[in-house]
Design a protein around this ligand. Structure first.
Ligand code: DGL
Length: 234
């Protein structure tokens, strides 16, 4: 039986994580599920989100997944710890806003963009305060409709949202942006057009490296051809 890696998100955002996983671990077999029926996850209650993600996890387990990547910041900050307790034999890897990477790069004025649920989560607030140096400023921006506009390929709305954010922060000398939602990594070039000369950080490489560490630790590395199966339904 193949050792699959299941990758899940509320839609297409997790495909940005899958791309990085394929680059770092090309010999693995991946199953991807973008849960468009329940998008956006940010507007769900904790109970609803746990039941939605549990349903996906159980389906992945039936399909032979040993590792499950929660390629969604919102689901990670809100329910990955509960999923780990419910399925102790499964290896879970999640994604959180790459705030530490921006701090470590010595950025001075960092803007974190994420869904309202991620911005107000305890986990994000821990990340923001834990590693900050006194000469660094961090600004947290809740983006209510950005992930859904990306999901719908609504370029006009994406542009309006980004321009509004730009105007709000133009006096802050922003030098870096943390993309705290996996959907945003899909529009890096559009963000660069609005925020010129700004460094963009996401957690995708960190996630891929963490998966590789876990596969090595539990002796699960695959050395076959590698494959990707995109599920339309569960
Ligand atoms: N890609 C998800 C994230 O990283 C989108 C969240 C949502 O569906 O609200 O947060």
């Amino acid at each position: 039986m193949k050792n699959y890696i299941g990758v899940m998100d509320s839609g297409k955002g997790g495909l940005s994580v899958l791309e990085e996983l394929k680059r770092v671990l090309p010999n693995e077999n991946y199953i991807y599920y973008g849960d468009r029926c329940n998008n956006p996850y940010g507007s769900k209650s904790d109970e609803e989100l746990l039941s939605i993600t549990q349903n996906i996890v159980e389906n992945f387990i039936k399909r032979g997944c040993k590792v499950i990547v929660v390629a969604c910041n919102t689901a990670t900050v809100r329910c990955i710890e509960k999923l780990k307790k419910l399925y102790p034999n499964i290896i879970f890897v999640g994604t959180v806003p790459a705030v530490k990477v921006a701090y470590d790069a010595g950025c001075r004025n960092t803007l974190v963009l994420a869904t309202p649920a991620t911005i107000k989560s305890e986990r994000t607030n821990e990340l923001v305060t834990e590693f900050k140096r006194s000469n660094q400023n961090i600004y947290l921006e809740s983006c209510s409709n950005l992930a859904s506009s990306i999901e719908e390929d609504d370029e006009k709305e994406i542009d309006n949202i980004l321009k509004d954010i730009y105007n709000k922060y133009k006096s802050k000398d922003i030098d870096s942006i943390v993309l705290g939602c996996t959907h945003y990594s899909l529009i890096k070039s559009t963000i660069k057009e609005v925020f010129v000369n700004v460094l963009l950080f996401d957690g995708n490489l960190g996630v891929a490296k963490e998966v590789r560490r876990k596969l090595i630790k539990y002796d699960l590395l695959n050395n076959g051809e590698g494959s990707v199966k995109i599920l339309k339904n569960l």
